[in-house]
Design a protein around this ligand. Structure first.
Ligand code: KG4
Ligand code: ZN
Length: 352
């Protein structure tokens, strides 16, 4: 085990997560406790419930992480917690616990931006090949696709510049909304992806709107269009409700396949534009939507054709987790950062 031992805490939304990494970026333990069951009756995440769940889950989640790592809290050298963006009440739980632990142990504390965690997560080792984390190159382009963000970042010597963002909805968000319209339970993204696998995108094509000469993303148009197409299908087939796990009609599978192809197509369109402007050397892709099966097939092909090195986040670390938060803090520590003041506040919206 290489020092420093890093404890990571992530409570920005509906997952209570704790991880322990060593100084080489080896993931000694990563525990994520999902609150899905608590929120399911409401069809989405209820902030108040999320905060309460974090409080009650933390003792079990942290004890489990420390036990799996074979260490005790007193062994921890660095403490990191997510400070935002996210649900303020939920963030406050993890952030306050992190500060308290760091204060009690007399260790440095890092208040990490959630997207900073995602951004560097493609360098984490997959659980199947445990070992040290890869060293991020001085320069790379990061694509973060999640339920709240669709962003391109340029990273240079640890400095992060935002190259593009979504002007409206995030990619994961529209997967969730389209799935919700069909009666699927939250989070709908993975299920929509699964159903799209069974459809034929050519049978129900939705357009990929190019963004003139700009790089920004926009998903609300695609969402409206998909919802409109569902309405049209309902006029033909009757009300569509996939909640009961019934076999969806072929037309619905084709529509979801067309929707997914257009959503992924927009990512490739913007990457192409960026690459023409400033050739990409390494592309690091992360966030919950990085689990999307089509995206995971298309990106290796697209990058290989252009001689771009690709780092796709290991599936285990694509969704929210605390290993990525501990990892971001470890990278800061390597860059010589001494940590953040205990006064660091939780914030629902903060730029990276
Ligand atoms: O990064 P993440 O766990 O949380 C945020 O920071 O938002 O991302 C969650 C998002 C949700 O919108 C979820 O539906 C979406 O990622 N997602 C997917 C897939 N798996 C998760 N969207 C499309 N295809 C998937 N396979
Ligand atoms: Zn996230």
């Amino acid at each position: 085990m290489t020092p420093p031992l890093v404890l990571g805490i992530e409570t920005s939304c509906d997952d209570t997560a704790c991880a322990v990494l060593d100084g080489g970026g080896r993931i000694l333990a990563s525990v994520v406790s999902s609150q899905l069951a608590a929120h399911r009756p409401y069809g989405g995440v209820v902030p108040e419930i999320a905060s309460r769940e974090h409080l009650s889950n933390w003792p079990v989640v942290s004890a489990e992480a420390l036990a799996r790592a074979g260490v005790s809290m007193a062994d921890v050298d660095l403490v990191a917690a997510t400070r935002g963006p996210g649900l303020v009440g939920a963030l406050l739980v993890g952030l306050s616990i992190g500060k308290a632990v760091a204060f009690a142990l007399g260790r440095p504390f890092h208040a990490v931006h959630h997207l900073e965690g995602h951004l560097f997560s493609p360098f984490l080792p997959p659980p199947s090949e445990p070992g040290p984390a890869a060293i991020p190159p001085a320069r790379f382009v990061g694509l973060v696709v999640s339920g709240g963000h669709t962003s391109l970042f340029g990273v240079e010597d640890g400095e992060v510049a935002t190259l593009a963002e979504t002007r409206d909805d995030a990619m994961g968000e529209v997967f969730d909304k389209v799935g919700k319209r069909l009666g699927l339970p939250y989070p709908q993204g993975p299920k929509v992806d699964e159903l799209a696998e069974q459809g034929d995108p050519a049978a129900h094509r939705l357009p990929v709107k190019p963004a003139a000469d700009e790089l920004f993303f926009s998903y609300s148009g695609l969402k409206s269009q998909a919802l409109l197409e569902i309405e049209k299908l309902e006029r033909k087939l009757g009300p569509l409700d996939l909640a009961d796990g019934a076999e969806p009609p072929r037309e619905v599978l084709n529509l979801l396949a067309g929707f997914r192809a257009a959503a992924v197509g927009q990512i490739l369109d913007r990457l192409e534009k960026l690459h023409r402007r400033q050739p990409i050397g390494l592309l690091a892709v992360s966030g919950g939507v990085a689990a999307n099966r089509l995206l995971r097939r298309e990106l290796p092909a697209w990058t290989a054709e252009r001689g771009i090195e690709l780092r796709l986040v290991p599936l285990a670390w694509s969704g929210d987790n605390a290993a990525m938060i501990a990892h971001a803090a470890l990278l800061r520590h390597r860059r010589g950062s001494e940590g953040d003041p205990f006064a660091a506040e939780a914030e629902s919206r903060i730029p990276l």
